[in-house]
Design a binder for this molecule. Structure first.
Ligand code: PGA
Length: 255
């Protein structure tokens, strides 16, 4: 199974900056064998990214969707609006959505269902806060987030499930989780998916680690048996660093 490395740009880059980045990255794509590379720019840059990367192995993802198809939801974007621009993936339930914008488990469940119904591939984010970790509640939090995200999903309709384990305290702090912690969380998530969605879905599941991933630490995550990639914020914003990160991940798994 290919690794999956996704760039979560958050609220960074105009369409012009996105165009320059995508052109640079595309020059390197022949060196990305064995890795699915996904760029998730802000909504306004999706048409540009989609156009430049059309026919490329590098895929485009959005950072959020609304669960309804259309309606009176000021400021929201529906799955069908993204598909129009060649978007294949969508990040759902990122900790910034949960903690800054108050998204709850029920809304995230609706978004996951909407993504699958419309043929978008969700990158579902889960992870505990620092307090939850100190209270020994990491697995409980992961269980709550995952069980509610899976509520009412038909395993037969799931062909491409990606789950990003992103401990909240590791995001943007420069303080990545240890490989041991990421591995334990990955194993737990894998087992829970097998229990709730079945062996088939679990066998195709790819788990990413996210939170202060850099070129010099990605190797310790992608070599874990239950981790198959990364969701990368800060280190995905400069082409050079992002390419180094992909190269480092390939090196770590290929030998
Ligand atoms: P970071 O962000 O790599 O800057 O820690 C990761 C994320 O929020 O997905």
């Amino acid at each position: 199974m290919n690794l999956i490395i996704a760039a979560n740009w958050k609220m960074h880059k105009t369409a012009a900056e996105t165009a320059a980045f995508c052109r640079e990255l595309q020059k390197e794509e022949s060196n990305f064998e064995g890795v699915d590379v996904i760029i998730c720019p802000p909504f306004t840059a999706l048409p540009t990214a989609g156009e430049i990367l059309q026919g490329s192995k590098i895929k485009v993802g959005a950072q959020n969707i609304h669960w309804e198809e259309k309606g009176a939801f000021t400021g929201e974007i529906a799955a069908s609006m993204l598909l129009e621009y060649g978007v294949e993936y969508v990040i759902i339930g990122h900790s910034e959505r949960r903690h800054i914008f108050g998204e709850n488990d029920m809304q995230i469940n609706r978004k996951v269902k909407a993504a699958f119904n419309k043929g978008l591939k969700p990158i579902l984010c889960v992870g505990e806060t620092e307090d939850e970790r100190h209270n020994g509640a990491t697995e409980l939090v992961l269980q709550r987030q995952l069980v509610s995200a899976f509520e009412g999903l038909n395993p037969e309709a799931i062909n491409n499930l990606v789950i990003a384990y992103e401990p909240v305290w590791a995001i943007g702090t420069g303080r990545a989780a240890t490989a041991e912690d990421a591995g334990n969380a990955g194993d737990y998530i894998h087992d829970l998916v097998r229990e709730k969605l079945g062996v088939e879905v679990a066998s195709r599941l790819r788990i990413q680690y996210g939170g202060s991933v850099k070129p010099d630490n990605i190797g310790s995550f992608v070599t874990l048996p239950s981790v198959a990639g990364a969701l990368v914020g800060g280190a995905s914003l400069a082409t050079g660093t992002f390419i180094n990160l992909i190269t480092a991940a390939r090196k770590a798994v290929l030998h």
